[in-house]
Design a protein around this ligand. Structure first.
Ligand SMILES: [Fe+2]
Ligand SMILES: [Fe+2]
Length: 262
């Protein structure tokens, strides 16, 4: 492809989330890996809950799965990715068990038409139980806002990646993410076009607004057996200079279609 052609080609991101090694769906995981090989995406982004319990064996399996992808990988930690049984480790070095995957944690992804900037919404402890829901820490939000500020004159799309959705599914519900409303407004004000997340195990693609600022919310489902109303899925995100298109992919349904058309 010529240089001009490469510039014009859309970016393709495979957005996956909540793979939950330990309770993963092997058929869905294999189908996803086959799609990475077939589609050769510009990036694979996993928005957290990589393991079920952050056990060493689960991390070993996760590292092996991601290492097979011939694409830049960015992972964001989820609430299931910090050890619960070893509190000393949880507080001192919560992401130690990522091992070689630690390099991909919060790694910014720079593409032709988009920049993906991380925001960590996990906390090692909080004043409520369970510790699974998100909390926006000012220090972490400031780092993301600072990066968006640096990118203010960059014409590319700015997408923030985190684990917990910043807003509830509908505005009449209580927001489980503490300070999520404030973070949503601040990110939108700073020029973010979209925020991609996981955690709820159901895909969604919505435009929401807070304090007069609108932003897209893109959620990926799960490739695990922890289903909450939707079959295993991942999102194909295609980005051109003026559009972000999101297409949920259901690998098990696609396999069934293939089998029945044979
Ligand atoms: Fe999850
Ligand atoms: Fe989660």
């Amino acid at each position: 492809m010529s240089e001009a052609g490469a510039q014009a080609a859309p970016d393709r991101i495979m957005h996956v989330s909540d793979v939950h090694f330990g309770v993963e769906n092997p058929a869905a995981m294999d189908a996803f890996a086959a799609s990475v090989e077939e589609l050769q995406p510009d990036a694979v982004i996993c928005t957290g809950d990589i393991t079920q319990r952050a056990f060493h064996g689960q991390w070993d399996a996760a590292r092996k799965w991601f290492a097979a992808f011939d694409a830049p990988v960015m992972v964001m930690p989820g609430n299931h990715d910090m050890p619960y049984g070893n509190l000393l480790e949880r507080f001192r070095d919560p992401y130690k068990r990522f091992g070689s995957l630690e390099d991909a944690v919060g790694r910014e992804i720079s593409l032709r038409h988009a920049v993906i900037v991380p925001l960590d919404t996990n906390v090692t402890a909080q004043w409520r139980w369970p510790w699974s829901d998100g909390v926006i820490k000012q220090r972490k939000l400031d780092a993301t806002l600072e990066r968006l500020g640096e990118l203010a004159d960059d014409p590319r799309m700015k997408i923030v990646a985190c684990h917990h959705p910043l807003l509830p599914a509908t505005d009449d519900r209580k927001n489980p993410t503490i300070r999520g409303d404030m973070a949503f407004a601040a990110l939108a004000r700073a020029g973010a076009n979209a925020v991609m997340s996981g955690h709820v195990h159901v895909p969604f693609d919505l435009t929401r607004s807070r304090e007069g600022h609108a932003m897209r919310m893109i959620g990926a489902g799960t490739l695990s057996r922890r289903l909450r109303g939707a079959e295993p899925s991942w999102n194909l995100v295609t980005i051109t200079p003026d559009r972000i298109a999101v297409e949920p992919q259901y690998p098990l349904e696609q396999m069934t279609e293939l089998e029945t058309t044979r």
